[in-house]
Design a protein around this ligand. Structure first.
Ligand SMILES: Nc1nc2c(ncn2[C@@H]2O[C@H](COP(=O)(O)OP(=O)(O)OP(=O)(O)O)[C@@H](O)[C@H]2O)c(=O)[nH]1
Ligand SMILES: [Mg+2]
Length: 461
């Protein structure tokens, strides 16, 4: 059956006890179903779009009210799916929501698959594929920044950028096809080189920028990992707690308090940051505890930014020096802790070992210096995503693969134009590049791709 003839329904809010739960119905029979199951002072037919009406869901068998609800009708095409949509705001709780859903299904709807409402919005031309993907990102967003990013994509930022690239491909293609159809119009050497330049500048360059921005995706969406290392008792856990504004890690004067890595999420200036506290380096029976060292090494290899904590009230020892050697000064910050105590270490020595290492002085006890520390962390994060355009446009893996595919064809086209290769070959490359671009927005797509994208959605979306 064509999807246009089917009416779908699902619970759109998360399962669990809450204030309200929403059931969404979409399709040609939505309003008719509402008429069958909803009783109020006015008839559903007379309801204005986008207004809430109070009434009762009625059990069709017993004719008894099941719940007092608010119902809204959003008529096609001005709705989420561009179809007739009905939403029912009921009391929340699994039993009540599933009872209402059952009544709606019996009244003629079919249970929606995950993402099917958004799939319909795409199939009915309200959004393109990049926007559908942005909705998944928005639902899964962990920090303000990933919300901003997804919201920009949803608003069509990515689609516009891709649209401009596609436009130039189509124009170049048109120019070449004229020459194929009218050989007398064969482009001169100058025209050929001009066309090649245009492909480089107006198509390949923006594509390369987009591909480059992919590496920022992890940072925007999953955040950066900040690993805190240092010898025992330097105050690693105290620093973590300060950055979290809460007591999460256990802090004691006993060396070796933290035995396993502890992970916590925070947002620092809107960016999601995963903080990892590690076990300090120490000696057990004359040897450096191997497990702790191995763990720290693993954590270091996973870190985007390392905070190497050093205790200012004690002279540097071999563990400090080993760690100073082990960290990469491009991504590490030396945190000199315990500034409330008299200084016993030589900062000169630190700088003699790592000339370019940023140092920040803090006291986890008093909180002094933490503003500078968060600033230093943010600066490192910003360095990682330098050159970011505003608003941010960052492709996902699927986009990146297709952009790379398009770039390969475009590079061929550009070289071949200069080399006097038959224009038919150039046109073929440009066409393939256009196909790859169209696959990004869903202009050209197949069922398998749609299944993969929409299966990432939750039910009711
Ligand atoms: N005076 C002072 N004491 C601090 C400061 N930061 C931490 N301490 C104390 O130093 C001791 C160790 O702190 P932790 O945060 O447990 O240190 P750690 O590096 O996590 O220690 P391990 O997990 O054992 O490796 C505790 O007694 C803290 O109260 C500081 O800035 N000033
Ligand atoms: Mg600790």
């Amino acid at each position: 059956m064509d999807y246009k003839e089917e009416t779908i329904a699902a619970i759109a809010t998360p399962i669990g006890v809450g204030g309200i739960g929403i059931i969404r119905i979409s399709g040609p029979a939505a309003e008719n179903i509402a008429r069958k199951v909803f009783q109020s002072k006015r008839s559903v037919k007379s309801f204005e779009s986008f207004r809430l009406y109070l009434g009762h869901i009625i059990d069709p068998k017993s004719r008894l009210p099941v719940d007092e609800v608010l119902l809204s009708v959003m008529r096609a095409p001005l709705s989420y799916t561009r179809e007739d949509v009905v939403e029912i705001n009921s009391h929340s709780g699994y039993t009540i929501l599933s009872t209402i859903l059952q009544i709606i299904l019996q009244a003629g709807a079919r249970l929606a698959r995950p993402g099917e409402f958004t799939l319909r919005a795409f199939l009915n031309g309200r959004i393109d594929l990049t926007q559908a993907e942005a909705i998944v990102d928005l639902i899964n967003a962990k920090g303000d920044m990933s919300v901003t990013l997804a919201a920009c994509q949803l608003a069509g930022g990515f689609e516009k950028k891709i649209g401009r690239i596609r436009q130039v491909i189509v124009e170049s293609l048109a120019r070449i096809e004229v020459s194929i159809d009218f050989p007398d119009e064969e482009p001169t050497v100058i025209e050929r080189s001009h066309l090649a330049d245009q492909i480089q500048k107006d198509i390949l360059k923006p594509i390369r920028e987009l591909i480059g921005a992919f590496s920022q995706r992890k940072i925007w969406h999953e955040g950066v990992t900040v690993v805190i290392v240092g010898r025992v008792n330097v105050g690693k856990s105290s620093i973590l707690n300060r950055l979290l504004h809460e007591e999460r890690a256990i802090v004691t004067p006993i060396p070796g308090t933290t035995r396993d890595a502890l992970e916590c999420m925070v947002t620092i200036q809107g960016l999601p940051v995963k903080l990892v506290d590690t076990a300090g380096m120490r000696k057990v029976k004359g040897k450096i505890e191997k497990k702790g060292v191995d763990l720290t090494k693993t954590q270091l290899s996973l870190s985007d930014i390392t905070l190497l904590v050093i205790d200012r009230s004690r002279p540097l020892n071999q563990y400090d020096l080993d760690l100073l050697q082990a960290v990469d000064n491009k991504i590490a910050i030396a945190v000199i802790n315990k500034t409330d105590l008299p200084a016993k270490l030589s900062e000169k020595k630190i700088h003699s070992m790592q000339k370019h290492l940023t140092t920040v002085e803090v006291s986890a006890l008093t909180g002094e210096g933490f503003k500078s520390l968060t600033q230093a962390i943010v600066k490192r994060i910003m360095d990682k995503k330098a050159g970011l355009s505003s608003p941010p446009i960052v492709p996902n893996l699927r986009h990146k693969m297709l952009l790379s595919k398009a770039a390969t064809f475009l590079r061929n086209a550009s070289t071949n134009i200069r080399r006097n290769t038959p224009l038919e070959l150039v046109a073929a490359d440009l066409l393939w590049a256009k196909d790859a671009i169209d696959e990004i927005t869903g202009n050209k797509t197949n069922e398998e791709i749609l299944d993969t994208i929409f299966s990432n959605f939750c039910l009711g979306k």
